[in-house]
Ligand binder design. Structure first.
Ligand code: TRP
Length: 375
């Protein structure tokens, strides 16, 4: 069977076979054994782990070893500011918050404001700065501890980062970058260099602490190719290998098979963090791909298919109560629950989530400076 999906930091498309992707990328599944080991330390498990929304890792066992030795580790994640934030972006950030709370870990949050400038012809550095300011409000709204979270723009923290990026770049050849990312000779110099900037924060824990300190990166799996390069370089520069914990993608409203992950480029089928309750309602009612049957009679008789139903998929990401989720799954599958009813539940869950997020986003405006790291 031919492959019908693509996963790179620059493109995610098609219906992804995640088990296959684990093998192709050479990462490890988050199996029950390692999940039990996490639970030993955290006491409870985030539903993202129970539901395998975070499903793979590299070197996560080395982080647990550090914890078991009583050493601290850092968290690192990022967001390239190219537009407003949507629900899909929040998934790794929510998981970072949980890890920060459970392990009392410092979080480094990179805003590579040069990334999308270099990769998108239409964006100026003024645009990406504007989006950075907006996106930071969403990041803070996730609820990170200001004492343990440092947010930085690459262009503002460059004095510290640049020399480390140079050290990284000296260890990576053009041909490696070409094969890792599929770049051709027509790519610009900034694009070729960029991965060095994304590696640096993985080394900052050791640099900032002045002693070997491990780093864990929660992110969507499309970012992993960068961190393969990071780990090629790490031992050469005297840093520990960085660990990653990797998530699936939240589908767009039309579903993975039709439009892939939720994406900033498809306006109508994306739910933005600033959407009003009416907008959310309209989008879900109009666009959410349904696993229901043609007619009510057929649905009652044959039941729906929650596994392909996008409203149901969203509940797996945003409805914490696993008993309720299970009940909904069964009721929809048996035909007891109709698509309209399922959509109503999803609308209510997402609107409740967004109402709280938006209130925290508003408050974030007054506390931005508490989080910022600049040279
Ligand atoms: N490249 C990421 C993006 O396109 C941004 C990013 C920078 C990032 N550093 C990261 C994402 C670390 C995850 C982890 O949005």
């Amino acid at each position: 069977m031919t492959k019908k999906y693509t996963v790179t930091p620059w493109e995610v498309s098609g219906e992804i076979d995640y088990a296959k992707l684990i093998r192709e990328f050479g990462v490890k599944p988050l199996d029950d054994k390692i999940i039990a080991r996490i639970e030993k330390h955290t006491k409870d498990l985030h539903y993202f782990l129970k539901r395998k929304i975070f499903f793979a890792h590299t070197y996560f066992d080395t982080i647990l070893e550090q914890v078991e030795k009583g050493n601290k580790f850092y968290l690192y994640t990022g967001r390239a500011p190219s537009g407003p934030v949507h629900l899909g972006h929040l998934i790794p950030w929510m998981f970072c918050k949980w890890l920060q709370d459970k392990f009392n870990a410092t979080l480094l949050f990179q805003i590579p404001d040069e990334e999308k400038f270099l990769f998108n012809e239409n964006l100026t550095l003024e645009d990406t700065k504007k989006w950075a300011d907006e996106n930071i409000l969403d990041i803070i709204a996730v609820g990170f501890d200001p004492k343990k979270t440092k947010i930085f723009l690459d262009t503002e923290y460059a004095k510290t980062m640049y020399k480390h990026a140079c050290r990284v770049s000296k260890k990576i050849t053009f041909s490696t970058v070409k094969t890792t990312f599929g770049f051709t000779d027509s790519f610009n110099l900034g694009q070729i260099f960029y991965t060095s900037m994304q590696s640096v924060p993985a080394f900052l824990p050791t640099i900032l602490e002045g002693k070997t300190t491990y780093c864990l990166i929660p992110c969507a799996i499309d970012q992993q190719p960068h961190f393969f390069l990071t780990n090629d370089v790490a031992p050469k520069l005297g840093y520990p290998k960085t660990a990653t914990i990797l998530s699936r993608f939240l589908p767009g409203l039309q579903g993975m098979h039709q439009e892939g992950k939720m994406s900033s480029s498809v306006e109508q089928t994306t739910i933005w963090t600033t959407d009003t309750p009416e907008k959310v309602r309209n989008k879900i009612m109009k666009y959410a791909f349904s696993g229901g049957r043609e007619t009510v009679e057929q649905h009652r008789k044959l039941g729906g298919n929650p596994d392909i139903d996008v409203s149901y998929q969203y509940l797996t990401y945003f409805l914490e109560d696993s008993n309720k989720l299970k009940q909904i799954y069964e009721d929809y599958k048996s035909g007891k629950m109709l698509t309209g009813e399922l959509k109503e539940i999803t609308i209510a869950v997402i609107n409740k989530f967004l109402k709280e997020h938006q209130a925290r986003r508003e408050k974030a405006k007054n506390i931005v400076e508490k989080f910022m790291l600049r040279d």
